[in-house]
Design a protein around this ligand. Structure first.
Ligand code: NAD
Ligand code: TYD
Length: 338
């Protein structure tokens, strides 16, 4: 089979490509625009694999995407390509609408035109909005209403609705996964965990938004990749699967864990102005994927965090180039007045 992975030069997409190349004999084609978040060096090992091919291009470019489908004839499409950072969506929402909504629409049209076995949309638990901090009994299920908070999550929810509409109206064989926060290798340093690891290593302040009591449900990236692989191959058409491992932590707990592991002082923490509209708590009920596909996360948080921190220690060249480049201007703009 031919698997087209869009957004495969980013964090989760690249981990998924390595997962697929190791687990199956299928051919993997990566389509990625290499935006600020895409990194071709992440795929250098995959480039040496004859089952792998990289194509640079934009999922919103209809002519280009149709031509690619005609040539490469993908059987399965897994769409990771997206603008993915909430803070950036608050600064500049337009690009989120363009990539996340229009781009998804173009891919769906290409699937209709050329035919595929499965289109899989990599979505997020953020489409459900947030949960109150004083109700630990509440969790997101696949039936929780969509109630988005940020331009990012709104654009992801809109894309999910399009995917469902193409299933209902055109009978397109689709599936959707909604996962909680991921962490692991190749995570772009603008996101909480890599940002805090790198700042701590450089003895820079660790900017925690608001009180640090907001809760995220963390999952090691390889567990997410395995879940997507299962859904694409064994999950039911037209279905949504929530993915998560009941691993809720406050942001402060996560940051303290990083400081402890790196033997850095608590005084590096700086509480800064909160994110507008900041979602309080995300928490997934993964019963459906547990029951139907027998999926369970394999990596415990302590072990996953150790692996992740070790990875950042061993791959300074990967992230140093990022923090020395145009990301430097982003960091100055976003954090200097906080
Ligand atoms: P990322 O920002 O690290 O990677 C996104 C990739 O998409 C980059 O390689 C970028 O170059 C590419 N891209 C952007 N616009 C493109 C376009 N127009 N055409 C082609 N490629 C384009 O994101 P990520 O964290 O790996 O997230 C991947 C997907 O998973 C996203 O759809 C996101 O919504 C979803 N998700 C992420 C998390 C998380 O914790 N990171 C959790 C749940 C779901
Ligand atoms: P993030 O990694 O941006 O993921 P998301 O907002 O999509 O869940 O942020 C995770 C949590 O960490 C979120 O509650 C915001 C918080 N955060 C900080 O406190 N400081 C930071 O510098 C960043 C980037 C995030």
């Amino acid at each position: 089979m031919n698997i087209l992975v869009t957004g495969g030069a980013g964090f989760i997409g690249s981990n998924f490509i390595y997962y697929e190349l190791a687990a199956h004999e299928d051919k993997v084609i990566c389509l990625d625009l290499l935006t600020y978040a895409g990194n071709i060096s992440t795929l250098s090992t995959a480039m040496q694999n004859e089952k792998f091919k990289f194509i640079k291009g934009d999922i919103t470019d209809r002519v280009f995407v149709y031509d690619l489908f005609k040539r490469e004839k993908p059987d399965i499409v897994v769409n990771f390509a997206a603008e993915s950072h909430v803070d950036r969506s608050i600064e500049t929402p337009e690009i989120f609408l363009q990539t996340n909504i229009i781009g998804t629409g173009v891919l769906l049209d290409a699937c209709r035109k050329y035919g595929i076995k499965r289109y899989h949309q990599v979505s997020t638990d953020e489409v459900y909005g947030d949960l109150p901090l004083d109700r630990p009994d509440l969790f997101f299920t696949e039936d929780t209403p969509l109630r988005t908070s940020s331009p990012y999550s709104a654009s992801k929810a809109a894309a999910d609705l399009l995917v469902q509409a193409y299933h209902r109206t055109y009978g397109l064989p689709v599936s959707i996964s909604r996962c909680s926060n991921n962490y692991g290798p190749y995570h772009f340093p603008e996101k909480l965990i890599p940002l805090m690891i790198i700042n701590a290593l450089n003895d820079k302040q660790l900017p925690i938004y608001g009180t640090g009591r907001n809760v995220r449900d963390w999952l090691y990236v390889e567990d997410h990749c395995q879940a997507i692989d299962l859904i694409v191959r064994k999950g039911q058409e037209g279905e949504i699967y929530n993915v998560g491992g009941h691993n809720e932590k406050t942001n402060l707990q996560v940051v303290e864990m990083i400081l402890k592991y790196l033997h850095k002082p608590y005084e590096l923490i700086k509480f800064v102005t909160d994110r507008p509209g900041h979602d309080r708590r995300y928490a997934i009920n993964p019963a459906k994927i547990n029951d139907e596909l027998d999926w369970q996360p394999k990596t415990r948080f302590n072990e996953g965090m150790k692996k992740t921190i070790k990875w950042y220690l061993a791959h300074r060249d990967w992230w140093q180039k990022i923090i020395d480049g145009s990301y430097k201007d982003y960091y100055a703009k976003m954090y200097e007045d906080k």
